[in-house]
Design a protein around this ligand. Structure first.
Ligand code: SF4
Length: 324
């Protein structure tokens, strides 16, 4: 049974007296101990989907306008703000791209972890501090008993992201949402942080939703993948199936734009054009202005979601398994 079930999620931005859709009919499921990747360029709706799951859109101009988010037997869209807050941190947690903006620079990291623990667990300050040292050890911060009193600026970028992971895992959440957790880190530290997340997941059974613009990161870490383009899931499959039978022109474009170290090329391939802004009106398939496979039908008819293999869906009129 799925721990998280997102069905037909619709999100819109309220601007100039109208609601502009930014996430359109997104559906997916994540089971316990599973890693689900969401990939796409900036502006495709990945982060807004994750913020909606966390209940962090409240009070902003962005709102859920349809669909449901079912988590561990509860419909999150129907909960009060207070009930959402009780779930946040205790049962689901989130880490962001840049830990320096998530950690409070004027508090010691230990105090920030202790605060999280005491908010959600019945712990004395002493117990919470001992647990914070354990958590720092778990995320492989050297000399955790001493580093617990460091301020964020006294740590490297990789260590700060480890502290964020320690805070996120403090209450053993069932679901961790990681929004571009390694984008701000250099490549070797990236690998360490991804390995750490996988290690914690195998120990704690946490489900992970990993948001990334990098198909390489997704390929290494995820069980299932959804590729998003302009607020919709363009292609979705188990990771092995997606990478062996990639069909959608957008997914193939993302893959072809990754540099390959042992391939000598003069120019990297790029997807022409850019993701349309939310106020641009486009008929037909939203990818048609950038798609090399586009035909006349693509300009007027938005493709429905369809199966191309077991558990493998796409939104494209023409692409099929083996058509790459
Ligand atoms: Fe390209 Fe047409 Fe498929 Fe859209 S429907 S991805 S424009 S071929």
């Amino acid at each position: 049974m799925a721990l998280l079930e997102v069905s037909n999620l619709e999100i819109a931005v309220a601007t100039g007296g109208q609601l502009l859709p930014v996430v359109r009919g997104v559906s997916f499921e994540v089971k316990a101990n599973e890693t689900f990747g969401i990939v796409g360029e900036s502006g495709c709706g990945k982060s807004l989907t994750s913020l909606a799951i966390m209940g962090l859109l409240e009070g902003s101009q962005v709102r859920i306008t349809g669909g449901s988010i079912h988590f561990d037997g509860r419909e999150l869209t129907a909960l009060s703000a207070e009930d959402r807050r009780a779930i946040m941190g205790a049962q689901m947690a989130m880490i962001f791209q840049e830990p320096m903006t998530s950690l409070n620079p004027v508090y010691r990291i230990g105090d920030q972890i202790v605060e999280t623990l005491r908010q959600h667990r019945d712990m004395s300050r002493r117990q919470a501090r001992d647990r914070a040292v354990e958590l720092l050890d778990l995320v492989r911060i050297p000399e955790p008993g001493r580093r617990i009193d460091s301020f964020p600026h006294q740590m490297s970028g990789g260590q700060r992201q480890r502290v964020m992971i320690a805070m996120a895992m403090a209450c053993d959440p069932k679901l961790l949402i990681a929004d571009e957790p390694t984008t701000a880190l250099d490549v070797t530290v990236q690998k360490e942080v991804l390995d750490l997340m996988a290690d914690l997941q195998s120990r704690m059974g946490t489900a992970i939703v990993l948001i990334s613009h990098d198909l390489g990161v997704i390929a290494e870490t995820c069980d299932k993948v959804a590729v998003m383009y302009r607020g919709k899931i363009a292609e979705s499959a188990a990771t092995g199936e997606l990478f062996s039978n990639m069909c959608h022109p957008y997914t193939r474009g993302l893959l072809n734009s990754i540099p390959v170290v042992d391939r000598d090329v003069e120019w990297l391939e790029a997807i022409p054009g850019r993701v349309p802004t939310i106020d641009e009106v486009l008929s037909g398939c939203a990818f048609h202005p950038r798609c090399a496979m586009a035909e006349a039908r693509c300009e007027s008819e938005d493709p429905d979601k369809r199966d191309v293999a077991t558990g493998h869906t796409i939104r494209c009129h023409f692409a099929e398994v083996g058509s790459a």
